[in-house]
Design a protein around this ligand. Structure first.
Ligand SMILES: NC(=O)c1ccc[n+]([C@@H]2O[C@H](COP(=O)([O-])OP(=O)(O)OC[C@H]3O[C@@H](n4cnc5c(N)ncnc54)[C@H](OP(=O)(O)O)[C@@H]3O)[C@@H](O)[C@H]2O)c1
Length: 480
């Protein structure tokens, strides 16, 4: 057998599909998995899906030696300890100049630690975010490789072909930057994904609970929205979901799905990083909190018995107006959510000296990944116009779009509040906008309180310097 161009270790959902994708693009690939039945399964799939050049190995030594030098192995195993174990297994057979790529959702600092450790053995290392789930991995994901540039250049030809292809903007891959930047960007992508999903769920809730739309009406509305500025993968699949009947009973499947959202951790990391970097990310945080609250199903059922009663205003709702308002509120909220995600990346990039190109990130998210959307084109253009944009909100085009949608956005949030329907994401986005756009916030009072009880000092609007006032003494004396 001739040597293969690349290897892939870890053949669960993502690995198996990515291996087939790579082979289909004309790159012979060796595959390996700890549990060998998955190797045979993958080779069998490769036969069925067009005799693709996939070669299976049951032991790491023959797997590694089947790859042409310098060898490149993509790992797609569970993040954390399994990655370290797989590296140890592979590294025993790799030689100087070879490269390992971790394609999992790994914590970026683990990637930086491993890159250093690999360097000591003369091995190159990349941490590559892969987005798009099973379908993306098989037919074209969005790829976010970070780490050794030398390693990236060596496999660039493969990545350019394997990634999703967007007609007007090219393959959805770019060299992200040094260190763990690829994993970090993928993590924030997932945080943004949390925000998008939450905002869509709130749009659904308002339309269903206040507007009384049926599933088939919701399907029509979301299909219609998917023809305009909201066009995106998530809106498209949401429309599909509303149309699917329950095969095991009456009605629609969506109504039978338990209202408890799972998660694997990248959204939580995003929120933790936002806090570490002192970047406000209230929409993404609200989406995470909503998942936590959804998990309290039993408590919520009990609480619903305590707080019984009809919270609806009972006022008639103009359905057509509501649908249009919710569409605009969703779009405006989404702008705020992406502004927050981009600001997290920007802050980390300057902290670490990564020099990340935000416009380029928007470009590679236009296809393949879960947050792919036509709207990302506007984000790319905004950063092309001004790479140092302080906030997406102040880009002239986005600023105008927000202004145009403000009235509808406020109507939707007020309507939801008045009807007892929670819209934490939309409300958080609106509060973010309302805080960001004001030249004076009540922070003066908070700072005065801090100085009162903790002598933390304050600055003045009319004089420079740092001040402290004996608030307590003055207040006590004035009471006598
Ligand atoms: N699923 C998705 O939609 C998706 C999307 C984007 C990114 N990701 C990320 O991509 C990576 C792979 O995801 P996945 O869903 O395909 O698989 P997964 O369920 O996260 O992991 C299963 C794979 O890890 C291997 N593994 C687990 N523990 C191991 C150990 N101690 N030593 C060696 N191998 C070990 C398994 O081998 P055995 O078969 O021997 O158990 C199997 O190949 C993860 O980091 C995931 O977060 C997933």
């Amino acid at each position: 057998m001739a040597l293969t161009r690349i290897g892939l270790a870890g053949l669960a959902v993502m690995g198996q599909n990515l291996a087939l994708n790579i082979a289909e693009k004309g790159f012979p690939i060796s595959v390996y998995n700890r549990t060998t039945s998955k190797v045979d399964e993958t080779v069998q799939r490769a036969k069925v899906e067009g005799n693709l050049p996939v070669y299976g190995f049951h032991d790491p030594a023959s797997f590694v030696s089947s790859i042409q030098k310098p060898r490149v192995v993509i790992m797609l195993v569970k993040a954390g300890a399994p990655v370290d174990q797989t590296i140890a297994t592979l590294a025993a057979h790799l030689e100087q100049g070879d490269c390992i790529i971790d394609g999992g959702n790994e914590w970026y600092e683990n990637t930086e630690r491993r890159e250093k450790a690999m360097e000591e053995h003369g091995l190159l290392y990349l941490g590559m975010g892969v987005s798009g789930g099973e379908e993306g991995a098989r037919n074209g994901p969005s790829l976010m490789p970070g780490g050794s540039f030398e390693a990236y250049k060596y496999i660039e030809d493969i990545l350019l072909k394997v990634a999703a292809q967007v007609p007007d903007s090219g393959p959805c891959v770019t060299y992200i930057g040094k260190g763990g930047s690829g994993n970090f960007v993928k993590m924030v992508h997932n945080g943004i994904e949390y925000g998008d999903m939450q905002l869509i769920a709130e749009a659904y809730d308002v339309l269903k609970s206040v507007g009384k739309l049926t599933n088939s009406e919701l399907q029509q509305v979301f299909s219609e929205w998917n023809k305009g500025e909201l066009l995106s993968f998530l809106i498209e699949i949401t429309a599909d979901i509303f149309g699917i009947k329950d095969e095991q009973g009456e009605g629609y499947l969506v109504d039978k799905v338990l209202d408890k959202t799972g998660m694997k951790g990248t959204g939580k990391w995003t929120v933790q990083q936002a806090a570490e970097l002192s970047v406000a990310a209230p929409t993404i945080e609200a989406s995470l909190d909503s998942r936590f609250l959804s998990g309290l199903k039993d408590e919520r059922v009990e609480a619903s018995k305590i707080f019984q009663g009809d919270y609806s205003t009972g006022l008639p709702v103009d359905k057509a107006q509501l649908i249009e308002d919710v569409r605009q509120a969703l779009y405006a909220s989404k702008i705020c959510s992406y502004a927050q995600g981009m600001n997290i990346i920007k802050a980390k990039s300057s902290e670490k000296g990564w020099g990340l190109n935000l416009g380029e990130l928007a470009r590679i998210w236009k296809g393949g990944c879960i947050i792919r959307a036509i709207f990302l084109d506007r984000i790319k253009k905004a950063y092309d116009r001004n790479p140092n944009l302080a906030n997406l909100l102040v880009d002239p085009e986005f600023a105008q779009e927000i202004m145009d949608r403000q009235a509808a956005w406020r109507r939707v949030v007020c309507l939801a509040i008045n009807n007892g329907v929670s819209t934490p994401g939309m409300s958080a986005s609106l509060a973010y906008f309302d805080s960001y756009r004001r030249d004076r916030l009540p922070a003066n009072l908070v700072q005065a309180q801090r100085d009162y009880f903790g002598a933390h000092t304050y600055e003045r609007v009319d004089m420079s310097g740092s001040y402290h006032t004996e608030w307590f003494k003055i207040a006590r004396n004035s009471k006598i």
